[in-house]
Design a protein around this ligand. Structure first.
Ligand code: TXA
Ligand code: MG
Length: 328
């Protein structure tokens, strides 16, 4: 298949280009598009044949549900059974934005979209390209993150072109997403509500509105196409521990993932800085980018310093734990 790559402005996107992409979705095709979190691989959520293609292209098991993206609040009422007051309050506050909510679905959402679960994950993205694409397609858009199953999410046009060229109808090159890490997934069918995946909306922000619990998620990720890259997470982030581990792997190509404040400890080694500990949001934005760089440069071992599990730190640590082969 020939994949068209279409550059679109992420502010005031060119409407003729958006219409072209929307038409592909409407006709049952697959479009990769940017959101404010990561790139998504999208199809018409009401077209089971189109949705099936996403599972196939991503090599994703059919039991893992896809997120449905909407552009207007009214659509929420047409796809879920019930919208309790607290949910209404949450979405009015955080949408459009990086919050995915899980509620009981109506029949209109095909079972294949939700991995045959009675619930559906829904999100209204704030990225202008994503929003106008969904609006123009005049249908909810099922879109998981644009990555092969179990790899980390694509966060740049280069990432998604590398993984999906020749496999989808269209890739929209819409620049770099604002957050660089996925949305927070909140299961509102449980009491208290459960964070199934910490992401670009912090637990602390949500807790201003409702009580939330964090669920344990044993899922594992790989760093992009480099399945050989082996990550060791040093939970407390101590440079002494990192240096000790480094000693063990000195015959391998080893890279250290560190922060501005700690880099001076590694002057004689290969390291990459994800940001300053004073700005976890910036670190979250860089984490996948740096991990992909390590993989592209064929590092065999990454030793990653851990950080505090608060704010965006919780999401960073969640991803590092999912990627790590050893946590110490
Ligand atoms: O930021 C994001 O959420 C991106 C962009 C493209 O919107 N999307 C994304 O989708 O990360 P995906 O499918 O890669 O991750 C969504 C997560 C999955 O782990 C899925 O299992 C969970 O949300 N999820 C979706 N619907 C669910 C449901 N009904 N029940 C439980 N988990 C659900
Ligand atoms: Mg994903």
């Amino acid at each position: 298949m020939k994949t068209e790559i279409l550059k679109i402005r992420n502010k005031n996107p060119e409407i003729s280009k958006i219409r072209k992409a929307a038409k592909i979705i409407k006709n049952g095709g697959i479009v990769i598009f940017p959101t404010e979190t990561v790139y998504g691989i999208g199809a018409d959520a009401l077209n089971p044949e189109a949705v099936k293609k996403i599972f196939k292209i991503k090599n994703r098991p059919s039991s893992i549900p896809l997120t449905v993206h909407i552009a207007e609040l009214e659509i929420l009422y047409s796809i879920v059974e019930e919208v309790p007051d607290i949910v209404e309050k949450l979405v009015r506050k955080f949408w459009p934005g990086p919050l995915t909510i899980i509620l009981k679905k109506k029949k209109i959402i095909p079972d294949i979209v939700t991995g045959y679960l009675p619930t559906v994950g829904i999100r209204m993205p704030s990225n202008e390209i994503a929003l106008s694409l969904i609006k123009e397609a005049k249908t909810p858009v099922a879109a998981p993150s644009a990555n092969i199953f179990s790899h980390i999410s694509g966060i740049s046009p280069e990432d998604v072109i590398e993984e999906f060229s020749g496999k989808v109808d269209l890739i929209i090159d819409g620049g770099t997403p604002e957050f660089g890490i996925e949305s927070t997934v909140l299961d509102l069918t449980k009491k208290p509500a459960k964070i199934l995946r910490p992401g670009a909306l912090t637990k602390e922000e949500l807790e201003k509105y409702l009580e939330v619990k964090i669920s344990k998620n044993p899922k594992k990720y790989k760093v992009s196409s480099s399945e050989k890259t082996f990550l060791i997470l040093v939970k407390d982030g101590s440079p002494e521990k990192v240096l000790k581990i480094l000693e063990k792997y000195k015959n391998r190509k080893v890279g250290i993932l560190t922060y501005e404040e700690n880099k001076k400890n590694y002057e004689n080694f290969n390291y990459k800085v994800v940001g300053s500990k004073k700005n976890y949001r910036e670190c979250a934005k860089n984490i996948y980018k740096i991990l992909r760089e390590f993989a592209r440069e064929k590092y065999e071992v990454i030793i990653a310093e851990g950080i505090k599990e608060e704010g965006f730190g919780l999401s960073i640590m969640d991803r590092l734990k999912k990627i790590a082969k050893i946590i110490c």
